[in-house]
Design a protein around this ligand. Structure first.
Ligand code: ATP
Length: 307
C-alpha cells in the first residue's frame, strides 16, 4: 500500500454484510476485508463484474450505508465517527459521488445557475467573486457558461450534465470523487471527452478519483491504480500497469481473456463459463491455502487464498 504523504483516505479491512428479510433473514456479504489507500491526484479504477461489491465500496466511502466491519480513515478520523450535522456537511464538502444517471442527480425544476447558488449558500467556498469562480469551473470542463447557466437539466445532454457534476466537484475543491459507471450512459465520442476531462481535472486540482467500472479497457486507459473485485473480495490491487502486465489472480486473468479484440467475431461454440472461473478460483485458493493477500512486487498485491 502507499507509503507517502499523499494518502488522503485509507480503507482498512472494510466489510459490508446486508441483511434482508425479517422472519427468515438472508445475509449478503457484499464486501469483505477490503483495504486500499486513496492518494491525492490519482485515479483508481475499481473493476469487477456485476454484483462484485464495487458500488457498495463507493457507498461506504460516501457514508450512504454503514460499515459492518473495518474502517475508512479520512484526515486521521474514522468516518463512522462522523455523526453530527456540521461534521457530516464538512465531509461531504470534500468527498462526493457522481453516478451513472446524471439526470437523476439534478432537480428538474432548477436551472443550472440555481444548482451553483445552492452550493454557495451551503458552503463557504472561499471565492471573492462567485460568478467568476462558476464561469471558470465551467470553462474548465469545456462548457460555455452563457449557454449553460440558464438551462434546465432536460435542456442539456447526459455528457454535459456529467461535465457539470465534474465542474461542481472542482469548484468545491473535492478531495475524493467517487465516479460510479460515470460514462456508461454516454456515446463513444462523448465518453472519451468526459474521461480525458476527468483525468486532466484530477491531475490539475489534485483530486483523487475512484472510477467504478466493469470495463477493463477503460480502467487501463484512465487509472494510475487498479482494484479488482470478485465476489466482495479485493483479489488484485496496485499499480495499473503492473497488474495488466502480470495479472496473477485467476479472476483477473479471466477478465483479460474475456476482452474482445477489434475484429473478433462472436463464436457460439466458444461458451463463456462462469463456473469455470469459480472452479479456477477455488483451485487457486486451495493450492495457496494460508497465504492470504501477498504483495508479489512493489505496489502489486494478490489474494492467494481467502482463508
Ligand atoms: N441494500 C442491499 N440489500 C441487500 N443486498 C444488497 C444491497 N445492496 C447491494 N446488495 C448486494 O450486494 C452485492 C454487491 O452489490 P453492488 O451493488 O456493490 O455490486 P456492483 O459490483 O456495484 O454491481 P453492478 O456493477 O451491477 O452495479 C450484490 O450481491 C447485491 O445484490
Amino acid at each position: 500500500m502507499a507509503k507517502n504523504n499523499d494518502v488522503v483516505m485509507s480503507v482498512r479491512n472494510l466489510s459490508k454484510i446486508f441483511k434482508s428479510g425479517i422472519l427468515n433473514p438472508e445475509y449478503t456479504v457484499a464486501a469483505k476485508d477490503v483495504s486500499f489507500d486513496i492518494e491525492k491526484g490519482k485515479i483508481i479504477s475499481l473493476i469487477g463484474e456485476s454484483g462484485s461489491g464495487k458500488t457498495t465500496v463507493g457507498k461506504l466511502i460516501l457514508k450512504l450505508i454503514n460499515v459492518s466491519e473495518g474502517e475508512i480513515i479520512y484526515k486521521g478520523k474514522n468516518i463512522s465517527e462522523i455523526t453530527d450535522k456540521a461534521e457530516t456537511k464538512k465531509y461531504y464538502r470534500r468527498v462526493q459521488g457522481i453516478f451513472q444517471d446524471p439526470f437523476a442527480t439534478f432537480n428538474p425544476l432548477y436551472r443550472v445557475d440555481r444548482v451553483f447558488d445552492m452550493i454557495f449558500d451551503s458552503f463557504d467556498l472561499g471565492f471573492k467573486d462567485k460568478d467568476k469562480a462558476i464561469r471558470d469551473a465551467l470553462y474548465d470542463v469545456n462548457l460555455n457558461p452563457d449557454r449553460t447557466l440558464g438551462k434546465f437539466p432536460h435542456q442539456l445532454s447526459g455528457g454535459q450534465l456529467q461535465r457539470l457534476l465534474i465542474a461542481r466537484a472542482l469548484l468545491m475543491d473535492v478531495d475524493v470523487l467517487i465516479a460510479d459507471e460515470l460514462i456508461s450512459m454516454l456515446d463513444a465520442s462523448t465518453r472519451i471527452g468526459v474521461l480525458n476531462l476527468l483525468v486532466e481535472s484530477c491531475k490539475k486540482h489534485g483530486m483523487a478519483v475512484i472510477f467504478i467500472t466493469h470495463d477493463l479497457n477503460l480502467g487501463y486507459y484512465i487509472s494510475d491504480k487498479s482494484l479488482i473485485m470478485y465476489k466482495g473480495r479485493l483479489v488484485e490491487r496496485g499499480d495499473t500497469k503492473k497488474i495488466y502486465e502480470n495479472a496473477t489472480h485467476p479472476y483477473t486473468q479471466m477478465l483479460f481473456e474475456a476482452v474482445p479484440e477489434i475484429g473478433d467475431r462472436w463464436d457460439p461454440e466458444e461458451e463463456f463459463l462462469p463456473e469455470q472461473v469459480v472452479n479456477d478460483v477455488q483451485k487457486f485458493y486451495k493450492e495457496n491455502e494460508g497465504k492470504g493477500f501477498v504483495e508479489i512486487e512493489e505496489d502489486h498485491g494478490v489474494l492467494f487464498s481467502d482463508k
